[in-house]
Design a protein around this ligand. Structure first.
Ligand SMILES: Nc1ncnc2c1ncn2[C@@H]1O[C@H](COP(=O)(O)OP(=O)(O)OP(=O)(O)O)[C@@H](O)[C@H]1O
Ligand SMILES: Nc1nc2c(c(=O)[nH]1)N=C(CO)CN2
Length: 175
């Protein structure tokens, strides 16, 4: 059983619809979806606020590259657009593969440019860790430790105060 945590984010157009489209595109691989958070832009301040969430997915047949391909397909399904000139600029939908575990429950590590695991900036991003804690309160980011420790220490603790839970924006259509 390969398991993965994906981070989804949107700050252009109908942000909630884009997140919902991502969850729909992941189909029955989706085990749990976090709450939705409104988050200040990270890495490039001059853009609108994001909606972010985390999704736990599983598929006995999927390898790490399959999760990347599915992330890209989910972005395409939501009509991903972005400004190619801006590294951390606005986008209709971003789906990142944060971490993958193999069938034995061991974290998959990779330093390839096309798929780096765990995601090389996940430990710096409250907008990734906070939603992930919703669905795995005792989770660990491989190589970095407990999610709650990471989020409770500076500088992420300050960033976490800037995240707004949006319980009014449910992602699962049957929620
Ligand atoms: N864990 C990963 N998840 C998603 N993409 C990855 C990962 N590791 C490497 N990549 C590669 O990163 C490249 C850029 O991805 P993307 O456009 O989503 O980056 P970004 O969202 O602008 O920045 P960031 O990766 O910091 O969120 C992709 O071509 C992809 O192959
Ligand atoms: N709050 C927030 N900021 C970001 C996000 C995101 O999903 N949420 N994604 C980015 C892409 O690299 C850059 N900055």
């Amino acid at each position: 059983m390969s398991r993965a945590v994906l981070s989804i984010g949107s700050n252009l157009g109908d942000r909630l619809a884009h997140l919902r489209a991502a969850v729909a595109a992941l189909g029955d691989t989706v085990l749990v979806v976090s709450g939705v958070y409104e988050t200040p832009p990270w890495g490039d301040a001059d853009q609108p606020a994001y909606l972010n969430a985390a999704v736990l997915v599983a598929d006995p047949a999927a390898g790490p590259r399959d999760w990347l391909a599915r992330a890209r397909a989910a972005e395409a399904a939501a009509g991903r657009t972005r400004d190619p000139e801006r590294r951390y600029g606005p986008r209709t939908l971003d789906v990142d593969v944060i971490a993958v575990w193999d069938e034995a429950g061991q974290p998959v590590l990779s330093d390839e440019a096309e798929l780096t695991l765990p995601h090389p900036r996940a430990h710096l991003r409250a907008f990734v860790l906070r939603p992930w804690i919703d669905i795995e309160p005792h989770g660990r980011l491989p190589g970095h430790g407990w999610l709650t420790d990471l989020l409770n220490a500076e500088p992420l603790a300050s960033d976490a105060l800037e995240l707004s839970p949006r319980p009014d924006l449910a992602l699962e259509s049957d929620a």
